[in-house]
Write a protein that binds this ligand. Structure first.
Ligand SMILES: *Cc1c(COP(=O)(O)O)cnc(C)c1O
Length: 394
């Protein structure tokens, strides 16, 4: 999946433009920047590529999630429904907003189960934050319908699913706002960076002000701009955005290679008795950054993970035991261990959020192995990998 596999002259040229002009900030310095607007260029091309009216870059995917929550009006005392299989950033940003994370179960899509989400909605629910994990999609149409019916905001964390789509519509465009990450290991990278997309002009106005201390970006005198609301500094730098400009232009080529590499391995494993595959609500829309499969039992999945590593099949993740991506190892979040007290902890309105029964999610994740799909595998590497996998999993 990682864009860092294919750095080349394109990235170097974009970065050099910025260094030559000396303008590292995305706003202002119109004369000095010699016509180079890397953040603006990437925003325009990203919005076009995804079919969204607006895209706004920020410093990271985590900042994108925080910004989307803020722009959707999530604040103190609100509940946000979220998956127990995601990256810690989602839970961190919900807590830091003063809101309470409410887990719902995942299903064999490895993403939120719409029925479990429906059961978790209360009169305090402000938003559902659905993550499209490991390159593929949630049952996003059902979730969008549910959120519509229940009057709840839908926010998509598509940090791992850039280029994925459902029914031809880009992941990230189904809810009020969609979040992306361009950190070092994502499908395209800026080094560090992220983006929020939205079709709602009012939400967009909040997003672009929130990421820049509340600047309304009206007029050409930054010091005289208005501040409609509080914000912070989640800006991306021109250097980071420059890398992203080159990377985004390579996205479709990358997706093509990933899909071919994944299909080769998946086809080769199809028919093995002990292996079944993650459910894909729209197989054509898979961004194919991972191949996710199930073993019959937790025991067999643990053993297979070890055997695959021993056989030299690298990049196979057993997320069930992972510190950063699955709820079982999130004691620090569940206990709200923070340098300073978090609002839900101090005010006592989030006491029980961490105690939800997630047996259904555990039963699925305990059996799940996800293998990273790389761009750099050639025919020989693919064939060798498949043979090794077949001998371990067969
Ligand atoms: C990477 C990631 C993030 C955070 O992105 P950063 O750019 O690393 O801050 C958020 N959610 C998911 C699902 C991710 O994989």
């Amino acid at each position: 999946m990682p864009g860092f596999e294919i750095f080349g002259d394109e990235e170097r040229r974009e970065v050099q433009d910025v260094l030559d002009s000396g303008v590292l900030m995305r706003y202002g310095f119109d004369g000095a920047r010699n016509g180079h607007w890397k953040a603006l260029t990437l925003e325009k091309e990203l919005a076009e590529r995804l079919g969204s009216s607006n895209a706004h870059l920020c410093a990271s995917g985590t900042a994108a999630v925080a910004t989307a929550l803020a722009a959707c009006g999530v604040g103190a005392g609100d509940e946000v429904i979220v998956a127990p299989f995601t990256f810690v950033a989602d839970i961190e940003m919900i807590l830091m907003a003063g809101a309470v994370p409410v887990f719902a179960d995942i299903d064999e899509t490895l993403c939120l189960n719409p029925e479990s989400v429906a059961a978790a909605i209360t009169d305090k629910t402000k938003a559902v934050l659905v993550v499209h994990m490991c390159g593929s999609m949630a049952r996003i149409d059902a979730l969008a319908t549910l959120c519509d019916e229940r009057g709840v905001m839908l926010i998509e964390d598509a940090a791992q699913a850039l280029g994925g789509h459902y029914g031809g519509k880009a992941l990230g465009t189904f809810g009020k706002a969609g979040c992306f990450s361009f950190d070092y290991v994502k499908t395209i990278t800026c080094g560090e960076g992220g983006a929020v997309i939205t079709d709602d002009k009012d939400v967009y106005d909040i997003i672009q002000a929130y990421t820049d201390h509340g600047h309304d970006h009206v007029g050409s005198d930054r010091g005289a701009e208005g501040h409609p609301h509080i914000g912070t500094n989640y800006r991306i730098s021109e250097l980071n955005a420059a890398v992203g400009v080159a990377q985004l232009r390579k996205l479709d080529g990358m997706l093509e290679v990933q899909r071919a590499n994944k299909a080769y391995i998946k086809d080769g494993l199809t028919g093995l008795n002990r292996v079944s595959f993650r459910e894909l609500p729209d197989p054509d829309g898979d961004s194919a950054t991972f191949l996710s499969f199930f073993m019959p039992t937790e025991e067999e999945a643990r053993q297979a993970t070890k055997d695959l590593a021993a056989a030299g099949v690298d990049g196979c993740f057993y997320w069930y035991d992972n510190n950063w991506h699955y709820h079982r190892r999130w004691e620090h979040l569940k206990q709200m261990n923070s340098p300073g007290a978090l609002a839900p902890d101090r005010l006592g309105y989030g006491e029980n959020w961490a105690n939800r029964d997630l047996a259904k999610s555990d039963a699925i994740m305990g059996r799940t192995i996800c293998m990273l799909i790389k761009l750099s595998w050639d025919e020989t590497a693919l064939a060798e990998r498949l043979e090794k996998m077949k001998s371990v999993l067969g």
